[in-house]
Design a protein around this ligand. Sequence first.
Ligand SMILES: Cc1cc2nc3c(=O)[nH]c(=O)nc-3n(C[C@H](O)[C@H](O)[C@H](O)COP(=O)(O)O)c2cc1C
Length: 184
Amino acid sequence: MNYEKVLIGISGSIGAVEIHSYLTEIQNRFNCSINIIMTESAKRIVNPDSLKYFIDGYIFENMFDANSDFKIPHVHLPNWADVLIILPATANIIGKIANGIADDLLSTTAMAAACPVVIVPNTNEHMYNRQAVQRNIQALKEDSYIFIEPEGEGVQLSTKKKIKGAMPSPKELVSQLEGMILHA
Ligand SMILES: Cc1cc2nc3c(=O)[nH]c(=O)nc-3n(C[C@H](O)[C@H](O)[C@H](O)COP(=O)(O)O)c2cc1C
């Protein structure tokens, strides 16, 4: 098994400024096709136009952003994908998915997905430790959503400090994805 078709959901975390490195690492390892969904906040943090040079697929910016390959994006994108990876995942998108809220393309797609959904949180440490966020993470784990987090602590982009809640590096993320494939 391999991930040949990867759907990446980018939410509005500061970690999105590094998404180019993650896209390159995932593509190099899996030699996969990539489509992207971006939330409104993600588009304020990283310019969608800059991402199209890193992938062979499309960038979907809202629920009605259809094209001839994906006429109903929240249905047809997860049907196409081997895996949906929410990278980076905000506290907000985690909360929405955990509570059944489907009010934008990314949350609706996560809800409609039959493929595995991998969530890669990136929040500051206080946010991550909030009971509400921890409750939502726990609920999603019980609902079979897969979380990828660094071994121990990750590096916070703005301070370079090691904190809980930061994303794994691109290499660590890909090696954890490989581990998932091996154990599937
Ligand atoms: C510059 C900036 C950086 C942010 N970084 C984060 C972050 O790393 N993690 C997080 O959970 N929220 C972060 N936020 C807050 C989210 O953008 C906000 O909660 C938003 O509603 C998330 O929407 P989304 O989940 O639809 O993308 C940040 C906001 C700004 C303005």
